[in-house]
Design a protein around this ligand. Structure first.
Ligand code: ZN
Length: 166
């Protein structure tokens, strides 16, 4: 049998997700991990289904009726807890490893590198002293660095990956 490319070999950028109105926090986390995740608390079910179809996205929802709508791929999220939600998504969608630092948590836009000299005055002084690598969102202008959100997320993600393998 020929070796096949498994889902997990795909780059994170190929996975497209849409989180429903109840999953805003989850959407933020998925973006911080680099997964293309659209979210807008104002979208109703009809809009969600239309957008997911048009953009080839998997709908993440806590609403059984929405998850059973025809013609759209959806995952019914079973837990209210963020960590359990992440674990379920990684297990059931077989997400490839994300690339932390590639996407804005606020607007889902891919981040761009920005020189350290250019973030002076825009990040706290201790961050400027201790960090070398910075990224900027071209859409909302938010500045990201590895010691920020990503550092707080890392232990959780390591734990989830371990649980996924066992
Ligand atoms: Zn942004």
């Amino acid at each position: 049998m020929l070796p096949q490319m498994s889902e997990s070999d795909k780059p994170a950028g190929e996975v497209r997700l849409l989180a429903d109105a109840m999953l805003g926090k989850l959407a933020k986390w998925l973006r911080l991990l680099g997964y293309d995740t659209t979210y807008n608390s104002a979208w109703d079910d009809t809009t969600i289904v239309r957008l997911a179809r048009a953009e080839g996205r998997v709908v993440l929802t806590r609403d059984r009726a929405l998850s059973e709508r025809r013609g759209v791929r959806a995952l019914l999220i079973s837990s209210d807890w963020l960590e359990e939600q992440m674990a379920q998504i990684m297990n059931e969608l077989h997400l490839p490893p994300g690339v932390a630092g590639s996407r804005c948590s606020v607007c889902n836009a891919p981040l761009e590198p920005i020189a350290k000299a250019e973030v002076e005055g825009r990040v706290p002084p201790y961050v400027l002293r201790t960090q070398e690598v910075f990224h900027r969102c071209p859409h909302c202008d938010k500045i990201y660095w590895p010691g920020g959100h990503w550092a707080r997320m890392q232990p959780v993600m390591t734990r989830l990956r371990r649980e996924e393998k066992t």
